[in-house]
Design a binder for this molecule. Structure first.
Ligand SMILES: [Zn+2]
Length: 151
């Protein structure tokens, strides 16, 4: 489960639910009163480095890298390690799960049904780049990530 799944708490499956320490810290930051009940049915576990590495590589090549926090990545890494289904409403997490063939489920929202490719579009000259540069190599304006139109 990522934090979006924990926040919505709807429709959670029975059985062991895992999350990473980072998600728990995020929730503690918001002082969510439900936190004390979650202890009973959530197992908090840090994924092994080899699975983090797998996620790092995959997210760099899919373009999801910038949209995923280290916590998001560890949620995915833990899902591979524990062979669990990822519960998340975050589209970038779902996207990478899809690419890596990790099963996932939306909690409050509908899941994505196709892989999204991200490209970087210049806010000045509108050129699209496959890579995220600090600024546009042509005109120097900032780039923003957009869904690729390529299929
Ligand atoms: Zn430009």
């Amino acid at each position: 489960m990522d934090s979006s799944a924990l926040f919505s708490m709807q429709d959670l499956p029975n059985g062991v639910l895992y999350t990473v320490p980072g998600v728990i810290s995020e929730l503690k930051k918001y002082k969510d009163p439900r936190l004390k009940y979650w202890d009973e049915f959530i197992e908090v576990k840090e994924p092994s480095q080899e699975f983090i590495d797998t996620i790092e590589k995959a997210s760099a090549s899919s373009g999801d890298d910038l949209r995923l926090s280290p916590v998001d990545k560890s949620v995915l890494a833990l899902a591979i390690e524990t062979e669990s289904t990822v519960l998340t409403d975050d589209y970038s997490i779902q996207n990478l799960a899809k690419i890596l063939k990790i099963s996932f489920r939306g909690v409050g929202m509908k899941e994505i049904d196709e892989v999204i490719n991200w490209t970087y579009k210049c806010t000045g000259c509108r050129k699209e780049w496959d890579k995220n540069y600090p600024d546009c190599p042509i005109c120097g304006s900032p780039l923003k990530s957009v869904r690729s139109r390529k299929r």
